[in-house]
Design a protein around this ligand. Sequence first.
Ligand code: AMP
Ligand code: ZN
Length: 138
Amino acid sequence: MQDPDCIFCKIVKGEIPSYKIYEDEHALAFLDINPINEGHTLVIPKNHYETLDEAVADEIPALFSAVHKVTKGVIEGMNPEGYNIFTSAGEVAGQVVKHLHIHILPRWSGDKFRFIWPQQKLSEEKMTEIKEKISSAI
Ligand code: AMP
Ligand code: ZN
């Protein structure tokens, strides 16, 4: 199930090249074309879903199994000091390519990547209200 206009679907179909790292029935991993750090890798489902929540639940174990395998490869191959794994969903979160992808970003001390992490304290009442909203929706 591919979107003919989607750049990552074109990579899945082999219509545009990629630095392929890993492939199985459900998932594909390739180097990010504009890496934040060396070894920055993307793992995608072969089927087109825009975001994690839109993906079919049955395909998630295979996707995250590929993320696990590829993460171990990135560690073995690149010997980073650590790594971040993340996905961006929606423009507000910085998503540019509208095909679900999981970033595996190897980290070294002194690299240029920065999370801005403006933490706050919420009241107990607010935390309970939020907990109820989310847990009742699952
Ligand atoms: P985002 O949608 O912000 O999570 O990030 C999209 C990522 O895809 C960026 O890091 C891009 O550098 C990367 N990207 C875009 N086009 C390609 C491509 N053809 N091959 C590999 N990576 C790509
Ligand atoms: Zn796609």
